[in-house]
Write a protein that binds this ligand. Structure first.
Ligand SMILES: [Zn+2]
Length: 486
């Protein structure tokens, strides 16, 4: 801690502000006009600042994954990522967006540095429609496309300072920063700065509403959903002022704001509803089962026959009350393209250790079919992997994981699984190697270097080549001299 403070002190104020100035003036321009950069002096400077934002993004992602409970339910994350990336692709992805789900019952969502967006499970449970959920995601995407985080926050390029900054920022955005705790003066100063920036941002909020509503409409959602959702949350919290949702603390809802949202939405075309809420209900059932449901808007009385079957399949089966797999199998037969029915079928078979030949044949076929259809879907990948391992088909499981991690954006879970499989086979070098790749995907470069070093110790020729190739490909990132390998 002392060294860190010392380093912070060393950064003289003018240098600090020089960097902030650069971040403010260059980042938006350079990203928007990446193809034809305007003459702003040295192009090195422009690149340097994108690099700074990327560094901050990696530190923030590492903080999220190591200090908070992320939700890794493959169906839940796949659902949020589908909404997020579909919307981002509609607007021409200007950033490397990444969507994560935070296991936290508060109604909250946030936009972090370098395209990272976090959605709390509490928010997912509280949404009454996919439009409402998409409205919040659109608002957060707008914060990113408008560079609000880059504009609003100060940092400098020292790794130690970036790590501290990212940690405080994550705590504040998630709503778990304890301002009453005693912090060393400099960290407290940094916190105050970030806090001020986060609060002092009415203009940013209004802009994110304005732009977000457009994104929402472009992606085929109801643009009125944003106003409705905020209004409903505000009304709920009036009845219980002690429980103001976290998102309203950072996004105060005034009558004016709701009116503005409504006016903007009124000028946008309302699409014929092409979205149903079927997937949202299944996701909410999953969260409810996992006890993340204090805000759940679901009531058992409104569930359809199919949803009730799905809900029952989520309960941990007991020997005296086994779950009737047939109702789930029928759901899959009638809806072969609904990923969540198939993933639940695969999961239920493994959990209940079933092995009827017809059922296994059917499930294998269905998994192959969906994997072909949705090669980027993490949920089908993870459940199919477990299903193959259950059948002792380790070889195919490993091949599947390796094929579907090539050039993917989210590889953390798949690489961790590969590492576990190799650890079980006592192939330690491979286990270290894939754990290194998992850590690399969440931005934890320090850990990546350490694990690669461990892997190399006992690696065979083939793996040594893979390690060299990986290091060569990512040499620039991995050679950061500031970080000392433990
Ligand atoms: Zn906002």
């Amino acid at each position: 801690m002392n060294t860190q403070l010392f380093r912070l002190k060393l950064l003289s104020a003018p240098f600090y502000h020089f960097l902030i100035g650069l971040l403010i003036s260059f980042l938006p321009v350079s990203l928007v006009n990446a193809a034809t950069p305007p003459d702003l002096g040295s192009s090195d400077l422009i690149e340097y600042n994108i690099e700074l934002e990327q560094k901050l993004g990696r530190a923030f992602s590492t903080a999220l994954h190591t200090q908070y409970d992320l939700n890794y339910d493959p169906d839940v994350v796949a659902y949020i990522r589908k909404i997020g990336h579909e919307m981002a692709s509609q607007i021409g992805e200007s950033r490397p967006f990444r969507f994560y789900v935070i296991d936290n019952p508060s109604i909250n969502a946030f936009a972090g540095p370098n395209g990272i967006i976090g959605i709390h499970t509490g928010l997912i449970s509280a949404a009454k429609s996919e439009d409402e959920l998409a409205a919040v995601i659109a608002h957060e995407i707008a914060h990113i496309t408008q560079n609000h985080i880059s504009r609003g926050h100060e940092t400098n390029s020292k790794q130690s300072s970036i790590n501290t900054f990212a940690t405080i920022l994550a705590a504040m955005l998630i709503g778990m920063y304890d301002s009453s705790a005693v912090y060393p003066t400099l960290i407290a100063g940094m916190s105050l700065d970030i806090e001020r920036q986060l609060k002092n941002s009415r203009l940013h909020e209004s802009e994110a509403d304005h732009i977000g509503i457009k994104f929402l409409s472009q992606a085929g959602y109801n643009p009125h959903a944003m106003g409705y959702f905020f209004e409903r949350l505000a009304k709920d919290s009036q009845n219980n002022p002690a429980q103001i949702p976290e998102i309203l603390r950072s996004h105060p809802v005034t009558e004016r704001r709701i009116a503005e949202s409504e006016n903007r939405a009124a000028n946008l075309p309302v699409q014929q509803p092409k979205r149903d809420n079927n997937d949202l209900i299944l996701i909410q059932l999953r969260l409810k089962q996992a006890n993340q449901d204090s805000n759940s808007s679901l009531s058992d009385n409104t569930l359809t026959h199919d949803e009730t079957c799905y809900k029952n399949s989520l309960k941990v089966p007991s020997s005296n009350k086994p779950f009737n797999i047939q109702c789930l199998q029928t759901l899959v037969k009638n809806n072969p393209n609904r990923i969540m029915y198939t993933t639940q079928l695969l999961h239920a078979i493994v959990q209940q250790e079933l092995n009827a030949p017809n059922l296994m044949l059917f499930a294998n076929h269905q998994a192959d079919y969906l994997m072909e259809l949705y090669p980027n879907n993490t949920a089908i990948l993870m459940y199919y992997t477990n299903f193959l391992l259950y059948q002792n088909n380790d070889e195919k499981a490993v091949e599947l994981l390796k094929t579907h991690t090539e050039n993917q954006r989210y590889t953390y879970q798949a690489y961790k699984k590969l590492s576990e499989i190799y650890a079980q086979k006592q192939q330690t070098a491979e286990a270290y190697y894939f754990l290194a790749l998992a850590q690399f995907n969440i931005g934890n470069l320090k850990r990546t270097r350490y694990l690669l070093k461990q892997a190399k110790k006992t690696a065979n020729t083939n793996l040594k080549q893979q390690i060299s190739f990986f290091k060569h490909k990512n040499g620039k990132l991995l050679k950061d001299k500031q970080i000392i390998i433990p």
